[in-house]
Design a protein around this ligand. Structure first.
Ligand code: CP
Ligand code: NVA
Length: 318
């Protein structure tokens, strides 16, 4: 094993058996080690065999990227996944979480959960004896943020001094970007209409984690927030569970669309990111989504690589 691989393994070995519920569950060195391991896996410079480990998937909301990238990640690590959706388990008929978590801990080696309340993940973490992974809640999307910053690192080679401006709803994706960005020393600005600013507790939490003098800013003026940005990032205006608010939100966010005019305010070689799925013509213009500045498909691909690295660390495969 090379010295780089050894360094990565020793940095990540302490994560064996841990949960990943929030972007704040990793420290700066561990995140950079995940990026290094992700890169090694992406370019086939390293193979990891977890040997028949099983990841359970409890998805209470729809998913393409997260579900499939976890399934493929486990297959590439020599393991497998099992679908534990409430529609096909006794969870859907009211079996209590505390019983479900203890039973599943006897069969699976980790569980990735996509649900509404962060509290549900915390409860799973309490009752289960295996790692619990946040596959998106209303509060955070930490696996997404890992892929996002890996994509930015690939473009710029260094995260120091990078300015990321997120335009849109102060939602789960924005929250994890702030926390992970703070830990990585990235200047993150969230630009939302006043009533859709991110949760103040998360903003304060992110600010408490800042390294390298980075800043976490909140702005209600998308055009000035976009100025000089190295990365423009956006997400849907109505997240899963908010479908009834779609038309109200379309009105509230009409000035918060990442379009060509906004992209021109950013730094000359700025990249555009979106966690996907995207609503073209709403939070992102078709011409921006399809422009040379767009890295959304590299970003989506990196979900696979970072989750493979994360699983290897949490399941003790290093
Ligand atoms: N970005 C993301 O989490 O996509 P899915 O909802 O398809 O998993
Ligand atoms: N904020 C979006 C992200 C989807 C990946 C949602 O929660 O629906």
């Amino acid at each position: 094993m090379s010295s780089v691989s050894q360094g990565v393994s020793s940095e990540l070995s302490s994560l064996k058996g841990s949960d990943f519920l929030s972007s704040a569950d990793l420290n700066t060195d561990q995140i950079f080690a995940i990026f290094e391991l992700s890169k090694q896996l992406k370019y086939s410079r390293r193979r990891i065999d977890l040997g028949n480990r099983v990841l359970g998937l409890i998805f209470q909301k729809a998913s393409t990227r997260t579900r499939v990238s976890f399934q493929v990640a486990m297959a590439r690590l020599g393991g497998q996944t099992v679908d534990l959706n409430p529609q096909v388990t006794q969870l859907g008929r009211g079996e209590p979480l505390q019983d479900t978590a203890r039973v599943l801990s006897r069969y699976c080696d980790a569980i990735a959960i996509r649900t509404y309340e962060q509290k549900e993940l915390i409860d799973y973490s309490y009752w289960a004896s295996i790692p619990i992974i946040n596959a998106l809640t209303d509060l955070e999307h930490p696996c997404q943020a890992l892929a996002d910053f890996m994509t930015i690192l690939e473009k710029y080679g260094d995260l120091k001094g990078i300015k990321l401006t997120y335009i849109g709803d102060g939602n789960n994706v924005a929250n994890s970007l702030m926390i992970c960005g703070a830990l990585l020393g990235v200047n993150v600005t969230i630009s939302s209409p006043k009533e859709f600013e991110p949760d103040k507790a998360i903003v304060n939490k992110a600010r408490s984690l800042i390294v390298n003098g980075a800043a976490i800013n909140i702005s209600n003026d998308p055009l000035s927030a976009a100025q000089g940005a190295n990365v423009l990032y956006t997400d849907v205006w109505a997240s899963m569970g908010q479908e009834k608010e779609q038309s109200f939100r379309e009105k509230a966010f009409e000035d918060f669309s990442v379009n060509k005019e906004m992209l021109q305010l950013a730094e000359k070689n700025a990249i555009v990111l979106h966690c996907l799925p995207a609503h073209r013509g709403e939070e992102i213009a078709e011409e921006v989504m399809e422009s040379d500045s767009s890295r959304v498909f590299d970003q989506a691909e990196n979900r696979l690589h970072v989750q493979q690295a994360l699983l290897a660390a949490l399941l003790g495969g290093l």
